[in-house]
Design a protein around this ligand. Sequence first.
Ligand code: ADP
Length: 476
Amino acid sequence: MAKKKFSLRRLKSIKLKVFVLLLVFSIVPMVVLRYGILRTFENKEVERRMIELNSQSKLMSTQIASSGYIEDPTKEVINAELLQLSNIYDGRIMIVDHSYTIIKDTYQMDEGKIITSTEVVTSFQGEVNSHYDRKFEYIEMTMPIINPDGQEIIGVFIISVSSESILNEESFYAAQADLITIIVAIVGFCLALFFSQVLVHPLTKLRHQLNERKNGLKDEELHVKESFETEVLCEEINGLFKNMKALDESRQEFVSNVSHELKTPITSMKVLADSLLSQEDTPAELYREFMQDIAEEIDRESKIISDLLSLVKMDKQNATLQIEKISINELLEVIMKRIKPIAEKAEVDLVLESFRPVTAEVDEVKLSLAISNLVENAVKYNKEGGFVKVTLNADHQYFYIDVEDNGMGIPEESLDHVFERFYRVDKSHSREIGGTGLGLAITKSSIVMHKGAIKVASELGRGTTFSVRIPLNYIA
Ligand code: ADP
């Protein structure tokens, strides 16, 4: 069974197809040519023979008519001539008189018999008939014998001759043509074998290079420049490998970042717990303070884990959105209400400005998470007495949310990185205020899932604005 499958797969090979195609294209024209040329030769020869017979027969008919042979078929001279003519052409001549009686047959078989074939009848009406029978290999011709004054048809001249000589000559040429066809077929076979090998060679080379890469023998880029197609294919595959490599690197980096981030609170907890354990008679106050620190580290660990879970959920290729048509104004009001106490605590003024009522098709939970992160950041990275202004606007296609603050701002060199996982401009400050470096990554994933876009503009020390644009109608 396995063997059968293997051979069937082989039948689909391009090499085999090219080989068969080349072979067919070299042999078929040859066979067609052979058949065509031989047929033309035969037709021409038959035509030539008919013209010859026609003129000879005409001459003979005139002689028969003028000699009065129809009335007296014993005339020696004419009979001798008829015999001679039939011998030359290896054929048979019959003369029919006006009563359809055969008065002369050079084969002497049918003399005295009546003949009423169509050819004879039409010849009595003045027609000259000629006919070639390929199967029985003969040419037959009937023509009227007209009396010398040209008025009356007094008899019919029938001549049938063998076409064997033509066919013999044709078979001689056919044998020659067969020999040439065989030679062409052998040459065609060799050329087809050679060219199918040459044409498929770039693909074979590509397969070898891919195999070497797969088995880890080589890590170079693929290069098969023998054909345009394989060159382009190599470029595509190299691009794919590059993407895969980048993906693998970012995955490795992510895993090491995650491990590091998760380890930091645990290390702190271990240090705190160890120092408590190493002291005897620890005062209750110190105990309480250390335990509070440990509780904070636990909160931090749990925040990192929940952020990671949110991110993983967004990252899943087939993550599904629960799309509903909701009021974006209401969604923003709920977010503002939730963050208001934090803003008040940080002495930051929080304002929402909606230019128009906006309803859109979004996943409420995921979009709410995205915008909350932006507003929370705007509060977190602000200063006492600062402000955060959230504006909502829309056109016929998109709605726009801007989150503007006049806080600490982001240095220019960091602007391209803020959406990366675990990226923080100031690690220790972010850690102090409970950042994980995952917030903006989560926000971006959520917005991209909504087929939207986000951009950031910032000036260090002056403030930051995040601008979000999302289609009003969800595009699946
Ligand atoms: P974090 O959990 O640290 O806040 P984010 O991914 O939300 O992580 O943000 C990444 C980094 O971008 C932050 O650490 C901070 O340095 C910077 N950042 C984000 N938002 C603002 C903002 N509104 N103003 C200034 N810096 C910001």
